[in-house]
Design a protein around this ligand. Sequence first.
Ligand SMILES: NC(=O)c1ccc[n+]([C@@H]2O[C@H](COP(=O)([O-])OP(=O)(O)OC[C@H]3O[C@@H](n4cnc5c(N)ncnc54)[C@H](O)[C@@H]3O)[C@@H](O)[C@H]2O)c1
Length: 431
Amino acid sequence: MSAVAVVGTGYVGLTTAVCLAELGHRVTGVDIDKAKMARLRSGEPTIYEPGLDELMAKALERGRLAFTSDYGEAIPEADFVFIAVGTPRGRRGEADTVFVKQAAKSIAGAMKKTMTIVNKSTVPIGTGNIVARIVGENLRDEIPFYVVSNPEFLREGSAIYDFMHPDRLVFGSHDEPAARAVAGLYSKLDTKILITDLHTAEMIKYASNAFLATRISFINEMARICERVDADVKVVSEGMGMDRRIGPLFLDAGIGYGGSCFPKDVKALARMAETMGYHPELLDAVMEINLDQRTLVVEKLREVLGGLRDQVVGVLGLAYKPNTDDIREAPAIDVIENLLQKGADVRAYDPKAMPLLKARMNTIRYCDDPYGVATGADALLIITEWDEFRQLDLDRLKSLMRRPVIVDGRNIFDPKTMRDRGFVYRGVGRS
Ligand SMILES: NC(=O)c1ccc[n+]([C@@H]2O[C@H](COP(=O)([O-])OP(=O)(O)OC[C@H]3O[C@@H](n4cnc5c(N)ncnc54)[C@H](O)[C@@H]3O)[C@@H](O)[C@H]2O)c1
């Protein structure tokens, strides 16, 4: 059992803290957000993630998990400190590492013994060296320390599962024994371990996200071609995915990727490449196709309705993907803004994300369920593929709508079934 501090208790940090406690370590979460710390200390999870409540309650009850805003309470005892603070998009698209730098400085100020600093945040290549320099400059005494990059690959919506069942774990450091020591924290997990240097570990995270985003933009480009040649992209992607060299995942055509990671990470990688004198043509195309998907779906709706002014449009799904309340860079936001700009009267429903969107956008009407959204609507637009939407009572939905138009931005329904049920139905890339 090791003493671990986790700095930053957002999606990644809280999941890391709770799961490392589950793996048997003594963990203290540290966050500058005092209100968040108070809620977490009282046992209230601050994010929605399946399975998080139970594991967090268990860890708190066993005394393996604590939360504080005071670095001085968490750092001196820790053998390992994870940095899991945000690295948001900077003004020119670069990853802003200001929180990482602040965390490194605060850690150094509180360090009393040798420790290993593990960076979990997604950071520009070389940030581990900057962390090492900041810690070195701000230590009160000469204390040896190590810096290891351990990028995180969890997905929001299945964060706990992903943390406990990773496809691989990556550890990069200038000091191989330090990387191996961090890998030891996860020894109870049965997975592949890759030990490498610091820069390569940091790059693996960006390359992985960029590749997944590329697959999504690729299949969205295929969808546009499918619409023109009268083919069904869903079956095309199924057929492609049967090839072991390709595999079936991340080949769903739709409104494109969003969220707190893919958009900012692809942009940050492209920006990093530009700074180093390389123009990343493929990444630029990936980003452009992705943004266009959000416009195309509104165009499709405009075409079917013959204009959007004063049309009542019901939006189903606001979170950037199902099983999360996260709306960061969610396609729904761009789509709704576009609809409003074109004069549509927008109402919306999401099982989890409404409180967050309400705080940001108060010009639309929020409904208690999908049927409320459908009542009097000229069209429904499906933006997030929540299971709840797959199970809708379609006859009831249709009877409530003014016009039975559905534009399905996530291809959750079968076009033929929908037309047989009397809907005017448009999917993405389906003839
Ligand atoms: N969210 C994901 O699905 C995901 C997946 C993999 C990697 N990542 C990466 O992990 C990192 C964290 O992402 P997130 O989604 O958990 O962010 P988040 O915004 O949810 O949480 C960041 C937390 O850090 C805290 N913080 C900021 N500065 C601090 C400081 N100086 N000291 C202590 N706490 C501080 C904030 O108060 C906040 O609670 C990012 O680099 C992100 O790119 C995210």
